[in-house]
Design a protein around this ligand. Structure first.
Ligand code: NDP
Length: 295
């Protein structure tokens, strides 16, 4: 048996097109969704993410504003900018790109963002709303995983789901979303005993541990849906390239093994990854609709 390989790139393209259509509709009612992204410092990977976010936001017809601040910006200066963006009626989503420089406190920055504009869904108000079953802005990657799962499996009610990882960004909101979809959910983490046996029980495995190819093929129940969130850089398979520092991306799942057993599986790259920015756009649209009172 060989699993259906989920094309996250194609799904994300369709989602961005749907968001663009909805943005156009909202604009005809007088509201242009606006996303502000704040980048502090010169982190090379963050620069790429921020540029991609800006381009995709504009391509969806939204207003994109990027604030690039020097690494020596104080916490007070950053919080003052966040307060200004909170009060700006043209801005419906605020995202501070993490990591921020070491002298800043990530938790207070997240707490300073208005929950209504918290399109990363990391503010404790949104986490609480999600856990309470109230309308919330949900972290983008788990939201993307849920969209893929619904697309694969339709109704998820009654399915046994295992989420490997319990971060605030990924594992916990993922588990809440699965619970809200009436799954029976287990959250596994680094202290869980006999992780292979836990995973073997699952109809849905979401791997978000940040451990290269940790989830093996014989951990997967035949026919299960496997969502691989991990992004890990490992040495290239080609020894010559590896000798010169060549690398490749792998997920948290040993894809070549799991694809033989699973019913559905997301590859890395090209699975969950492309969904994240598409869901950021979807969240910005949701925030703009809620703030402007247009359903
Ligand atoms: P964190 O490091 O914040 O959390 C990792 C979690 O995995 C922790 O809860 C940890 O447990 C658990 N864990 C670590 N090792 C093991 C183990 N051996 N067995 C079981 N559980 C383990 O990572 P994130 O949640 O931020 O990200 C997880 C992965 O997803 C990373 O590879 C990251 O790059 C990727 N990612 C991808 C995104 C995308 O767009 N595709 C977006 C966000 C993340 P404990 O709590 O006990 O330490």
């Amino acid at each position: 048996m060989s699993a259906i390989i989920i094309d996250g790139k194609a799904f994300a393209t369709r989602l961005r097109e749907q968001v663009a259509r909805d943005v156009s509709d909202l604009k005809s009612k007088g509201v242009t969704p606006g996303l502000a992204v704040v980048l502090v410092g010169e982190d090379a990977a963050s620069q790429v993410y921020v540029r991609n976010k800006g381009e995709q936001t504009e391509a969806a017809g939204m207003t994109s504003v990027t604030h690039r601040l020097p690494a020596e910006t104080t916490q007070g200066e950053l919080l003052a900018l966040v307060a200004k963006l909170n009060a700006d009626p043209e801005i419906h989503g605020i995202l501070v790109q993490f990591p921020v420089p070491a002298h800043m406190d990530q938790a207070s920055i997240v707490a300073a963002i208005s929950p209504d504009k918290d399109v990363d869904g990391l503010n404790v108000i949104n986490a609480g709303r999600l856990a309470s079953g109230l309308p919330a802005l949900t972290p983008c990657t788990p939201l993307g995983c849920m969209m893929l799962l619904h697309d694969m499996l339709g109704d998820l009610a009654g399915k046994r789901a295992v989420v490997v990882g319990r971060s605030n960004l990924m594992g916990k909101p993922m588990a809440q979303l699965l619970l809200a979809a009436d799954c029976t959910v287990i959250i596994a983490h680094s202290k869980s005993r006999d992780l292979p046996a836990i995973c073997r029980e699952a109809d849905i495995v979401v791997a978000a541990a940040g451990r290269a190819e940790m989830v093996r093929g014989d951990w997967i129940k035949p026919g299960a849906a496997v969502i691989d969130v991990g992004i890990n850089r490992v040495p290239s398979r080609d020894p010559e390239k590896a000798a010169f520092g060549g690398t490749r991306l792998v997920g948290d799942v040993a894809f070549d093994e799991a694809v033989q057993v699973a019913g559905w599986i997301t590859p890395v790259p090209g699975g969950v990854g492309p969904m994240t920015i598409a869901c950021l756009l979807a969240n910005t649209l949701t925030a703009a609709k809620r703030i402007s009172g247009i359903a």
